[in-house]
Design a protein around this ligand. Sequence first.
Ligand SMILES: [Zn+2]
Ligand SMILES: [Zn+2]
Length: 256
Amino acid sequence: MIDSHCHLDNPQFDPDREAVIDRALAAGVERMVVIGTGEGPPDLEAGIRLADRHESIYATVGIHPHDASKATPETYKRLAELLKHSKVIALGEIGLDYHYDHSPREVQRDVFLQQMMIAGEARKPIVIHTREAWEDTLGLLETYWRPRGLGGIMHCFTGDAEQARQALERGFHLGFGGVLTFPKADGLREAARITPDERILLETDCPYLAPVPYRGKRNEPAFVVDTARRLAEIRGTTPEAIAALTTTNFQKLAKL
Ligand SMILES: [Zn+2]
Ligand SMILES: [Zn+2]
């Protein structure tokens, strides 16, 4: 299995990061993608530092919408360079977050757009973070990303079936995480039912959003197994089949 989105650089893992990685491997999570957004620019290498030390870890680089106001021309130059690293598989997570508004919305939109240009040049997929900004996110993707035909991942997808269709139409994979196991997530489970096999991915977004039965605790990559089990129930298949297809999907998208 693959955890296509985790934040193992997070300080919450400082006491036992190596043990967390070992537990993931022991649970059958063979690969983990560490999202490289970290604390934001000027540091862009939070993911790469871990990928360099662990065979099982891949990375992304990018500026999270929270940190959009920290971006400079220098940041963009460096991002383009880091995208050439052999273990960097995508640019992300990028997008819009109107829930927290840590950076002004106009700046968020501009930084999102600049990064789509960089990813397009590098022919890499993008990892999207969107919160309370669905229409604006779709609009920007429609204009600036869809024509590239490079696709990407709607990370921590929590929309309904209609939003799933909108993302799928634009060439995206949907990353399903712990929210899928929450009692009230019926709309999301419907989205997970209608998504084609070849567009499904698993993720934890750890240390956040642990699946049931760990809800409220620190999340970790090994728990992706619980989300896989729930996804299998929803789709009327086996966890093994979910593991196999999400692994193949990831390998294709990441060109591994
Ligand atoms: Zn996110
Ligand atoms: Zn994330």
